[in-house]
Design a protein around this ligand. Structure first.
Ligand code: ASP
Ligand code: SER
Ligand code: ZN
Length: 566
């Protein structure tokens, strides 16, 4: 085990560096180099995993050895078969899929080509249905060339998973939650059932308002909402259409984007503000190298992966983020999200290699978001960004802003892996990929394809995490967990008002309790980590429901007499 940890640590650090170069400089050369590095790492991971799989009687082993054997066997995201040619093929496909996404552009008939960031701006700001459809459809034209590559990758990864004793890659992914993998989907269903009435109420109100804006021909009032009208390329967060759906403005309303712009914020000062939040909780400052080595803005002269990410190159102090920051509220929150990863990574750096990770993957995604929930008017006033803190009459507006971001996201956070799990299980082949995608989007989100999809469409591929092979259930979990974390931290901080007005900024006690959980890394099952912070070992959505209770009551009133559902 000691040898395995040492060798894997060395190889994964090398791989991180190579992947960093690729993501910051996408060329044919870096793609090849990255494919080679990841093939070497995968081969080593698979070799150790298959050795671990040979121990089928773990009884009598000490706790850590047993836990680490299980981790070794199950924690490869995309395993490859042991055949070296197949390992190489697998890694090349991975690099090509990433490249197709990272370089994706849509060229208009007049010859002007738009990158994802520009298309997302149109999705966020345009209120012209035809223009929105063009941007939506344009971005979804980048993914058909991915379809066959993706199908082959699934085949290879399933073969790899089978060699390690899993029926398919989906089972392997579901084995990473300290519980019987067959019971994990049931846990997700339970949480989804808790929150879906709130989602449906939000959907109903938003659909009614969009019907008034675009007309009932474009937004039929008894069916799903067309996916191009919700302000976001994937309809996964609806905060950009707030002005169309929000409760009537009260003097509470403020627009964080305009505040950041008016106060002269730039990418660096936005990140510094995020760092200062962590410092106020008692966390040590980010290292100097963070500021030198991170990528904060989109370079003018080369292709980079703009999708935000956080890195931990040497698993000690070489922390970085990579982001194409724009000065707006969304990126301000994403900065906190990415920094949450970096502070988690630093908190568990003294754990042994296999324990350097979060309690479960949802925890990693939840930390920075938890701090973002503390970006309240009270906090902004402390920073001097607003002068007057709105009274309780502003609450509905504040809650609506949060719901459009966090509640709208929930079904999307679930369905991406519902799709992948079925694909990995062989329930849908390449010919059914797209139909299954839209069936799930309609079922969970109540969102529909805005036009007839072409036969070669591969719309799942137009979402970063599919070609990028990043599991997605983690984001659903994080959207539940962050409210649990926030509620507990607010209690620890002695907050006695409503939790949507609570900020833990400056509270060292809350910081200590958070750090106690982060430091544990992956060394204990996640329920213990959760208990260390919240006092309860259960993930559940009651904190979400508490937080949004006043908005739910308002939505129900608005929806009286409307026919909800789809
Ligand atoms: N902010 C991005 C997202 O969550 C990347 C990340 O997870 O850090 O997909
Ligand atoms: N960062 C994730 C995404 O972009 C979840 O919010 O989908
Ligand atoms: Zn993340």
């Amino acid at each position: 085990m000691a040898q395995a940890e040492e060798q894997l640590a060395e190889r994964s650090q090398h791989n991180e560096r190579v992947q960093w170069v690729l993501a910051n400089f996408i060329t044919e050369d870096t793609e090849l180099l990255a494919a080679k590095a990841s093939a070497e790492l995968t081969a080593a991971q698979v070799a150790f995993a298959s050795q671990a799989a040979q121990f089928n009687d773990l009884e009598g082993l000490d706790y850590d050895t047993e836990r680490k054997l299980n981790l070794l066997r199950s924690s490869i995201v995309i395993p490859a078969p042991m055949d070296p040619e197949k390992t190489a093929e697998q890694s090349e496909i991975g690099a090509r899929l990433n490249g197709l996404y990272g370089r994706g552009t849509y060229c208009r008939e007049d010859g002007e080509c738009l990158a994802l960031g520009e298309l997302e701006d149109i999705m966020a700001t345009s209120r012209d249905a035809a223009e929105l459809l063009e941007a939506w459809d344009g971005w979804h034209s980048i993914s058909p060339p991915m379809k066959n590559l993706y199908a082959r990758q699934v085949e290879l990864a399933n073969e790899g998973a089978a060699e390690l004793g899993f029926d398919n890659l989906g089972t392997m992914w579901r084995s990473a939650y300290d519980m019987d993998p067959a019971e994990f989907p049931g846990l997700l269903d339970e949480m989804w059932e808790q929150v879906s009435p709130l989602y449906e109420a939000l959907h109903c109100h938003v659909r009614a308002r969009l019907g008034e804006v675009y007309g009932p021909d474009i937004v039929p009032q008894d069916g799903p909402i067309p996916a191009h009208l919700l302000g976001n390329m994937w309809a996964q967060g609806w905060e950009n259409i707030e002005e169309l759906v929000a409760p009537p403005k009260t003097d509470a309303a403020y627009d964080l984007t305009s505040i950041l712009v008016d106060k002269g914020y730039d990418a660096i000062s936005m990140v510094e503000t995020g760092e200062a939040f962590f410092s106020s909780l008692g966390f040590e400052e980010l290292p100097k190298t963070f500021w030198k080595r991170s990528l904060f803005t989109k370079p003018a002269d080369r292709d980079v992966v703009c999708h935000a990410s956080a890195w931990d190159i040497d698993e000690k102090d070489d922390l970085r983020i990579k982001m194409c920051i724009d000065v707006n509220a969304e990126d301000f929150k994403v900065i906190h999200h990415e920094l949450g990863h970096n502070y988690y990574q630093r908190a568990y750096k003294d754990q042994s290699f296999l324990y350097r990770g979060s309690a479960n993957d949802g925890f990693h995604e939840a930390v920075g978001d938890t701090l973002s929930l503390s970006i309240t008017p009270e906090y902004l006033a402390q920073l001097g960004l607003i002068t007057e803190v709105p009274d309780a009459s502003g609450d509905l507006g504040l809650l609506m802003t949060q719901a459009l971001e966090k509640i709208a996201f929930l079904p999307f956070g679930l369905l991406v892996d519902q799709w992948r799990w079925k694909v990995f299980a062989g329930e849908a082949g390449p010919e059914q990929y797209n139909d299954l995608w839209w069936q799930l989007r309609e079922q969970y989100q109540g969102v529909s394809a805005p036009n007839e999809r072409p036969a070669d469409a591969f719309d799942a591929g137009a979402k970063y995490h599919v070609p990028g092979n990043t599991p997605y259930t983690r984001y659903f979990l994080a959207h539940i967990l962050q409210f649990q974390f926030h509620r507990s931290l607010c209690e620890i901080a002695g907050n006695d008002g409503p939790i949507h007005r609570c900020t833990i900024y400056g509270n060292q006690e809350a910081g200590e309790r958070l750090n106690a959980m982060l430091e544990m890394g992956k060394s204990r099952p996640w329920p213990e980590a959760l208990e260390a912070l919240t006092g309860s070992p259960e993930m559940d959505a009651t904190a979400v429901l508490d937080y949004f209770a006043p908005l739910k009551a308002w939505l129900d009133e608005q929806n009286t007499g409307r026919q909800c559902g789809w």
